[in-house]
Design a protein around this ligand. Structure first.
Ligand SMILES: Cc1cc2nc3c(=O)[nH]c(=O)nc-3n(C[C@H](O)[C@H](O)[C@H](O)COP(=O)(O)O)c2cc1C
Length: 398
């Protein structure tokens, strides 16, 4: 049984999806887990403690003390008991409270004192989900290291259709099982470069590109999920640091080169996903350049070719993966780049494919080695990251 002996604390909030918690408890117990449940007061309107205590075979707790005896329901002990704390469903209200360190009920106090990892499965109407405050709170929770189990798209209790349905109990079970499975890259070190670089022209202007860093951040997160110790060298982006990943922030290609070089020697796997500027202004003006009357010519010089420079330092056993974003002769150009930069694998995406490349949440890739080529469908960048990491594992460690 995959969850045999695992101690799982389930937090249930006031959402219509609370009925799914009963199915989740059953699945967890069936898979060998020892389950304890904490409900918020609002959750009682949606499911009874009797149902959850019967299924979990443990008393269900809601209040800080037992009404009849005045005995303390020890939230610190509960937090220390659990191997993992799963909030499902996680309401917008509880997410907001967690984001702000509020602990005015037993579930929240337990969250604050828990030392174990926390997975949370939000459930709410699509407009609540999309609201800027909910999205900002989610970012905070992820930045705190909590693991999001994404809600799905579909019909909601309100009758509206959109994103906000809590993941199905089977999916939540899978996330929990995956969490306990030792990663396939445990003991390995990985380096990922991501985002654009900004090449300064003067103190206020730069030459940059449209890379958002989403792909590289997703790869770093996936490598970390597989157990690798990950350093992410990132150009300027607005993305939150993935949980458990060491993020080094840089601006220019030169800074990215120097930061990457520091970590490259000890990296078993390096993924060069940053969109590094090929050229930079020959000089950076000390003061803001004034508008003149005629045209302006900027002299550009080459930047460091980070992948090529570090490729020269590559030792046997080190795996390097590059990216090729091509607009023409895609495969031929990608194969040439693979060989020129001594990559083990190259991920090709084409700007000719709808939904692929900069800024999108999706990508459509092919992964090439000297002798193999595999094409993938259009997928979310998270799924694409999982495909890339699996390709690395199959290529190097299978
Ligand atoms: C019928 C009904 C359904 C609700 N469904 C949800 C929901 O799916 N998600 C959510 O965040 N809030 C939902 N709410 C609102 C919460 O129950 C409310 O914000 C409550 O204060 C949450 O408290 P808690 O976070 O302590 O559990 C619903 C309310 C009602 C009356």
């Amino acid at each position: 049984m995959p969850l045999a002996g695992k101690k799982i604390l389930l937090g249930v909030c006031g959402s219509i999806a609370a009925y799914k918690s009963a199915l989740l408890v059953r699945l967890l117990v069936k898979n060998g887990a020892d389950v304890k449940v904490i409900m918020t007061a609002a959750a009682h309107d949606f499911i009874t403690p009797l149902t959850l205590s019967t299924l979990s075979k443990n008393p269900v707790l809601t209040h800080f003390s037992k009404d009849e005896t005045g005995q303390w329901n020890n939230h610190v002990e509960l937090g220390l008991w659990a191997d993992v704390f799963v909030l499902a469903p996680a309401s917008a209200n509880t997410i907001a409270k967690i984001a702000n360190g509020i602990c005015d009920n037993l579930l929240l106090a337990t969250y604050l004192s828990a030392r174990c990892p926390v997975l949370f499965a939000p459930a709410m109407d699509l407009d609540m989900w999309q609201h800027a405050s909910t999205q900002a709170n989610l970012k905070k929770l992820i930045a705190f290291g909590n693991i999001l189990i994404e809600p799905t798209h579909g019909e909601l209790a309100s009758g509206l259709i959109g994103t906000g349905r809590m993941a199905e109990p089977e999916q939540i079970l899978q996330s929990i099982e995956k969490f306990f499975k030792p990663g396939r890259l445990t003991g390995k070190k990985a380096l990922v470069t991501a985002g654009p670089t900004y090449e300064a022209l003067d103190p206020v202007r730069f030459i940059g590109n449209h890379s958002t860093g989403k792909m590289g951040f997703a790869i770093a997160e996936e490598l970390s999920r597989e157990g690798a110790e990950v350093t992410l060298v990132s150009g300027p982006t607005h993305l939150p640091a993935p949980a458990g990943v060491n993020v080094v922030k840089v601006n220019s290609a030169e800074e990215m080169f120097l930061a990457s070089k520091t970590h490259f020697a000890s990296a078993d796997i390096t993924v060069f996903s940053a969109a590094v500027a090929d050229y930079k202004p020959a000089t950076k003006a000390d003061q803001k350049i004034k508008k003149g009357s005629g045209p302006m010519v900027i002299e550009l010089v080459k930047t460091y070719d980070i992948a090529a420079e570090l490729g020269k330092l590559k030792k046997p056993g080190q795996i390097t993966v590059g990216f090729a974003l091509e607009t023409e002769n895609e495969r031929t150009n990608a194969q040439s780049k693979l060989k020129a930069k001594n990559f083990d694998l190259i991920v090709l995406n084409s700007l000719n494919d709808a939904g692929a490349g900069f800024g999108h949440d999706t990508n459509k890739i092919s992964i090439l080695s000297v002798s193999t080529s595999k094409e993938f469908n259009l997928k979310s960048k998270k799924e694409v990251a999982a495909d890339i990491v699996t390709a690395i594992i199959e290529h190097a460690y299978a």
